[in-house]
Design a protein around this ligand. Sequence first.
Ligand code: PHE
Length: 447
Amino acid sequence: MSQQEQFSSRIGFILSAAGAAIGLGAIWKFPYITGQNGGGAFLIIFLLFTLILGLPLLVAEFTIGRTAQKDPVNSFKTIAPGTKWHYIAILGMTTVFILLSFYSVIGGWIITYLGKIVTGGLNGLNEAQYAEMFGETIANPLITLSAQFIFIMITIIVITRGVQNGIEQANKIMMPALTILFIILVIRSVTLDGALEGIAFLFQPDFSKVTSGTVLEAMGQSFFTLSVGVTAMITYSAYLPKDQNLPRSAFSIVGMNIMVVLLAGLVIFPAVFAFDLSPNAGPVLVFNVLPTIFSQLPLGMLFFAAFLIVFLFAALTSAFSMLEVIVAVISKGDAAKRKKWAWIIGLAIFVFGIPSTLSYGVWSDATLFDKTIFDLADYMVSNILMPLGALFIAIFVSFKMKKSNLYEELKQGSSIKYGVFQAWFFLIRYVVPILIVLVMLDVLGIW
Ligand code: PHE
């Protein structure tokens, strides 16, 4: 997509940005990390961070992108010429590089499961056997690396053509499909025998389980699901015409994200407890639980296949936005360069991601600080790099950009009241940076 091309409609942009935001973060990561962090209390902290930090940051990134209407590096250079602020974009590019390297592992798992269904590999298994089968499958490097490769190839091919072509249309079908399938699943899951325990786990907070680590994970998760802190949303909003309503878009995206997160939780936890599985299973949680729920539905495998397709789509639209951040900077709207660099960067990410894939098989013993390579990459991105990116973006917007210009930009296409603007400005200038710093220092035990 060249810099001049723009999203064709308001709903087109919102759905594309929502598509970029809603992905594995909400559907795969949220359930497993909530499971690991004790349930309800984690959910509450996550929701608070989403509203107090994530939402203002989303508005901030939109404002930067649409003010400058350039790729992230050049957006910073345009707004603050002759300064080093564009290093925020370099940090963002580095972050999405690592992010996509392990994100594609999970994308590959979805493709692997689809393959299993098509070849009948799931027929006649019971609950315990699903988990066992999945564990064995992802330990096979040939299968997982091929699947990861396919995931990255699709991402590269779409990015060589420009994100908006086709994606905008596809989102209009896939987002509602995702919601409908989720609602069917929630109904099945919450009506299982023993489901109540799972609902209580998700909604009854037990703050005694909260540690400084939990709070950092909840913050990282709120950035991860909203795609903030890595300049991805700057990249998308740069393609936005001036008549679009930025605050409203941000609200819609946050609203949709929270909805999907809650739906995912309501699908997974009731089933986890009904089937006596462990909420603590980690990254494989969703993959262990889903086939069990579907096997309890009429035409279950058909529904499962449909769900996996939508799930894969959600993961891919997020992956596109990651690769787009890097390719937009390097190609600067030059179509030939875009093609070449999408391939080079995409393949480099695949190679870089190989150790993450192998950490579920032959390299499962390779650990550092008690974490596998996969977990380490995920931890670095969500709990260190994204919060740092978010911190710098908040500081840049509120201290480097002129307050009156910010208001002017936000007012274009919206009727935002000055009081609301002031509230946002206060959050992004003081609350966001201070909270990020406190949460990060708390984990280091510094205060
Ligand atoms: N928000 C995406 C998800 O939840 C992940 C993402 C993060 C995408 C950062 C782009 C940039 O899956």
